[in-house]
Write a protein that binds this ligand. Sequence first.
Ligand SMILES: Nc1ncnc2c1ncn2[C@@H]1O[C@H](COP(=O)(O)OP(=O)(O)OP(=O)(O)O)[C@@H](O)[C@H]1O
Ligand SMILES: Nc1ccn([C@H]2C[C@H](O)[C@@H](COP(=O)(O)O)O2)c(=O)n1
Ligand SMILES: [Mg+2]
Length: 242
Amino acid sequence: MWRRVASLSSSISSSFLAQTASRLNTWESLTTGIAQQAKGVIAPKEKTPFITFVLGGPGSGKGTQCIKIVETFGFAHLSAGDLLRREIASKSADGAMILNTIKEGKIVPSQVTVKLIQKEMELSDNHKFLIDGFPRTEENRVSFEQILSEWQSQIGVEPNVVLFFDCPEEEMVKRVLNRNEGRVDDNLETIKKRLTVFQALSLPVINYYSEKGKLYTIKAIGTEDEIFEQVRPIFAAFETVG
Ligand SMILES: Nc1ncnc2c1ncn2[C@@H]1O[C@H](COP(=O)(O)OP(=O)(O)OP(=O)(O)O)[C@@H](O)[C@H]1O
Ligand SMILES: Nc1ccn([C@H]2C[C@H](O)[C@@H](COP(=O)(O)O)O2)c(=O)n1
Ligand SMILES: [Mg+2]
């Protein structure tokens, strides 16, 4: 059940949580018996959320494969990096800090990133979420789980699926340097820092989900289509169950 069980997190504004509470209560009422009686006419928002985290080093192909997953399985794609870049572009209060952090190849404080992700989830009409490039650190992971744990929800505090695109470093570097999208972090100096951060801070998160039995490791070399053929059966299996 989507129910408030604890005091509100100090890191998230009360008005934001009030909006979320209202939305989640809607989900609660509609995912109970009443909704089941109305089977067949349930709008996507009324379904239990299905959360996929998409992890992997810089240039491992997360964004590329997310596009294919969206096309094939109808997920909403929330890229943490894209949300942060949008903050920079909109010149928001955190924009300058985010830009400097990204240029340095470091990780933006979790409260900033989690807030952006939560807002997008709340605004989405979809119930299936691909959260790309998040959680990048244990701090990211715990921060997101804390938000979820404040609600006694049907989804618990964990993602349904965690994808890990496992790619050799030299291939990731090659891809990032060829990306040509004008990103401030697509240069050799920043990539080296991002790879160090990935090893030190992101691999522990990947190991955590491996121990939880949530991790699906994809060998991220070969053509985009070949890689997607490893991804497809993971979601196809959930479609059959759901
Ligand atoms: N299988 C592949 N073979 C060759 N190039 C690829 C492959 N998959 C993606 N690319 C290219 O590599 C670059 C990086 O891919 P993508 O942006 O999807 O990576 P990412 O994991 O999202 O990286 P980041 O974490 O930096 O956002 C892009 O230019 C993309 O077109
Ligand atoms: N959870 C996250 C995700 C991203 N960032 C910052 C740091 C990354 O280098 C940059 C780009 O992300 P990408 O597009 O490669 O997924 O954004 C972060 O701080 N925290
Ligand atoms: Mg990406």
